[in-house]
Design a protein around this ligand. Structure first.
Ligand code: SF4
Length: 510
């Protein structure tokens, strides 16, 4: 279906100021226990799948400069300032009104080093052709404090107060967390400060685009210097939640839903501008994969190492799965998937890793196919499916697209014997990949009968050199960094053709 231009679309409806969230690297040494991405320090040779190389930075700048950006969030998984060159080039060269640099502040543990970093950021701002507000947003939490204490935040507040208080473009922000004691501890170092709470709903972090700070506090020091603190939720992200213990997942699910409702208008692919225009919300991974936020689907990847902005834009809209999200948001997507697989929706919200939402929800090929058919049915009903393109599809698919949801649902259930296990069987066998799959099966991540689970065990046992299992309950929970990395790569692997293109060029060593 992706080979055809099945549905009409108009990218111009989303030509307002857009947003880009970029991760330059997967590595970080801070080790916060709640880190979404369990970002670890680099231990082995670093490849282009782990962080940007020089060409990646060039292509990133080029991509951004065609995307009509109003706001760039340089963030992590991974500490952005380990990639200082990429950060400084973004600040100096990318056309946008606003750049927010989210950081642990580990580079500001020493005040002189922090001063040098800020001077380099200031020089990059001065090298720009157009004005742009650059905010250094330091995360402060009990997790960050295990290694860093509150020294980086205190050093930076003092430096901004003494050296940048009247800088028109370089600003400071604190990123604190709900029910976390560390922000008050930072404030205790600045006696006489005043706090002004923004009590209204949906305080935006920007004048041009709506980027909601869940709780926004203005801090004013006795010197008159002021900065903003934004207080966020802590997500219960976990790549291996136990879906059999749903009562333990309620809080995680609630936070995930609250975030989409309160901060994203239930549509994380669209950026609403304060003047009513609509732009797009892009997400760019350290491996160069780019998609609209929460919309990566692994059978239709784009990557800046080989895809230009116009290609990515058109391919994004041409894919009915993504187009339906852009136009209808997450509730629509969830309700259609839930018609056949409530478990896929539960898995999405329990894993609660927003960046990987599309991949998690559509991990099972039959669910992805069902959703594609259902959205095409809805587009057909509203006259959006292009007849001559429809005519080129195989008869069965055509009948389904012009047919009813009941028809699609019936076929989905008839295909119940095509499962995630069959998907894995179609690939080359790797014991560790299968062991990880068995662990997820044990945790209830997929709709499978006990016969199908036994079949998976038999398939694995007959091929593996690792430990064999008679029952699924025998599969252990593996601990440590290695499994986190494998499970992350399973969801967020670099577009294979882009990897082939770049792989011979080494990026660096740990
Ligand atoms: S500083 Fe950020 S990227 Fe590093 S471990 Fe903590 S939350 Fe993860």
């Amino acid at each position: 279906m992706l080979q055809h231009n099945l549905v009409t679309y108009n990218t111009q409806e989303y030509a307002g100021k857009s947003f880009m969230c970029v991760f330059f690297t997967r590595f970080c040494g801070v080790g916060c226990p709640f880190c979404f991405f369990k970002s670890a320090p680099a231990r082995n040779a670093i490849t282009v799948a782990d962080q940007f190389n020089e060409e990646g930075i060039n292509r990133f700048v080029e991509f951004c400069n065609q995307a009509n950006l109003g706001y760039i969030l340089i963030s992590g998984g991974g500490e952005p300032l380990t990639q200082k060159r990429a950060v400084l080039r973004t600040i100096a060269e990318v056309e946008t009104n606003r750049i927010v640099l989210v950081t642990s502040g580990n580079w500001a543990l020493n005040k002189d080093a922090a001063r040098r970093y800020l001077a380099e950021i200031d020089s990059a701002i001065k090298a720009r052709k157009t004005p742009c507000k650059v905010t250094v947003r330091v995360s402060v939490s009990a997790g960050h404090a295990i290694k860093l204490g509150i020294i980086p935040a205190c050093n930076l507040i003092q430096l901004f107060e003494s050296e940048y208080s009247d800088h028109p473009y370089l600003k400071f922000q604190i990123h604190g967390f709900e029910d976390d004691p560390m922000f008050p501890k930072v404030l205790a170092h600045f006696p006489g400060h005043e706090l002004d709470y923004n009590r209204g709903p949906r305080a935006s972090d920007d004048e041009t685009v709506i980027k909601v700070i869940p709780q926004k506090i203005h801090v004013k020091l006795p010197s008159g210097y002021g900065f903003i603190a934004g207080i966020s939720k802590i997500f219960g992200s976990d790549l291996r939640p136990n879906l059999h213990k749903i009562e333990r997942l309620y809080d995680t699910i609630k936070i995930f839903e609250r975030d989409l409702e309160e901060s994203e208008d239930n549509n994380s692919a669209v950026l609403f501008n304060t003047n009513g225009d609509k732009g797009l919300d892009w997400s760019l991974n350290y491996n160069g994969n780019v998609c609209l936020w929460q919309n990566q689907v692994n059978d239709n990847q784009w990557n800046i190492y080989e895809d230009s902005f116009p290609t990515v834009l058109n391919e994004t809209f041409r894919d009915p799965i993504t187009l339906s999200y852009i136009e209808n948001g997450c509730k629509y997507r969830e309700s259609i998937v839930a018609e056949v697989s409530p478990r896929a929706v539960l898995r999405l919200k329990s894993i609660s890793l927003r960046d990987y939402s599309g991949t998690v929800l559509f991990e099972e090929e039959k669910t992805r196919l069902y959703y594609a058919i259902r959205v095409l049915q809805d587009f057909f009903k509203t006259g959006r499916v292009i007849q001559n393109q429809l005519d080129e599809l195989p008869e069965e698919i055509r009948q389904l697209i012009v047919g009813s949801p009941e028809m699609a649902k019936e076929l989905y259930h008839k295909a119940a014997d095509y499962t995630i296990i069959d998907q894995y069987k179609r690939r080359e066998f790797h014991s560790i990949e299968w062991r990880d799959l068995l662990e997820l099966i044990k945790l209830g991540h997929y709709d499978l009968t006990s016969e199908q689970i036994q079949e998976a065990l038999a398939y694995y046992n007959s091929r593996t050199n690792l430990k064999k299992y008679e029952t699924i309950d025998e599969v252990e929970r593996e601990t440590g960094e290695a499994i986190q990395k494998r499970l992350t790569d399973r969801l967020m692997y670099m577009k294979p053709t882009a990897f082939e293109l770049q792989q011979p060029q080494p990026v660096g060593t740990p």
